[in-house]
Write a protein that binds this ligand. Structure first.
Ligand code: LIP
Length: 257
């Protein structure tokens, strides 16, 4: 499956790439949540190809907004993760595809066609960036850790979420090396997998934002939980906390203050 999957994702990458360098008309799904015809075109292409080639899988995808369909043998797609970056010409945007068999992680692919970076992981086989093995960082001090986060679209309307974002930054910033907000959850997870960030957390993500990245991070030796420190459910949990494993407890303690 993996060769065919990557071939299709790379073809879809051409659509994203063409859009990235074109003038774009932007529509709003919500105050802060953007969509372009390229998000729709990449998703349509992937859905068509996957349903031809991988008939035993159903498809859950961002622009179809169908996270309520049965999750079992499923391919979960974010056609353009980091749409705001895509619209503004910031080359930190990717196609994210997570494949699950019997609800269990199987294959994760995150592909940034602008930088030509393809992250791939298959369960029990490790994680790779453009074919080269990647591993999480070995840093074990939160104070020396470079962290990443994201700001939920809900912070535009929901003052409780906004306050929570600010409170967590207040707690974390004095206790880490620094904190980044790059704007693509799938790539953020891959950057933890690659050892660039020691940890990452965010609230209100959807399954398509994380379905591939969590497989890639686990296979690179990382740890992912919800904010309570127990098993992360991408369909239900408000927070994802993802680290190299070494700083996980320290980060959880600070986030939960
Ligand atoms: C976005 C992310 C971003 C996150 C947003 C959103 P989209 O995905 O990956 O980092 O902060 O909440 O989910 O909408 O560009 O596919």
């Amino acid at each position: 499956m993996q060769k065919e999957l990557i071939k299709i994702i790379k073809k879809a990458g051409k659509i994203l790439e063409k859009g990235f360098y074109s003038k774009k008309e932007v529509n709003f799904k919500a105050k802060k949540d953007l969509v372009t015809k390229y998000d729709l075109a990449v998703e349509e292409f992937l859905k068509k190809e996957f349903s031809k080639k991988f008939k035993e899988f159903n498809i859950i995808a961002e622009e179809s907004n169908n996270s309520d369909v049965e999750f079992n043998n499923s391919i979960i797609i974010d056609p353009i993760d980091g749409t705001t970056n895509f619209v503004n010409g910031l080359p930190h945007t990717a196609i994210s595809v997570g494949v699950y068999r019997d609800k269990k992680p199987y294959i994760g692919v995150v592909y940034n066609p602008i930088l030509d970076e393809l992250y791939f992981a298959k369960v029990k086989k490790g994680s790779f960036l453009n074919g080269k093995r990647i591993k999480v960082s070995s840093e074990d001090s939160l104070q020396k850790s470079l962290l990443a986060t994201g700001f939920p679209y809900s912070s535009g309307e929901n003052t409780k979420d906004l306050k929570d974002v600010v409170k967590k930054i207040e707690n974390i910033l004095p206790n880490c090396q620094d904190l980044r907000r790059l704007g693509s959850a799938s790539i953020d997870l891959c950057l933890v997998a690659r050892g660039v960030f020691e940890g990452y957390y965010e609230m209100n993500l959807k399954p398509w934002d994380v379905s591939a990245g969590i497989i890639i991070l686990r296979e690179a030796g990382g740890k992912i939980t919800n904010i309570g420190g127990t098993s992360f459910d991408m369909f239900k949990d408000k927070y994802i906390v993802a680290t190299n494993g070494k700083i996980h407890k320290e980060l959880l303690d600070i986030l939960d203050i």
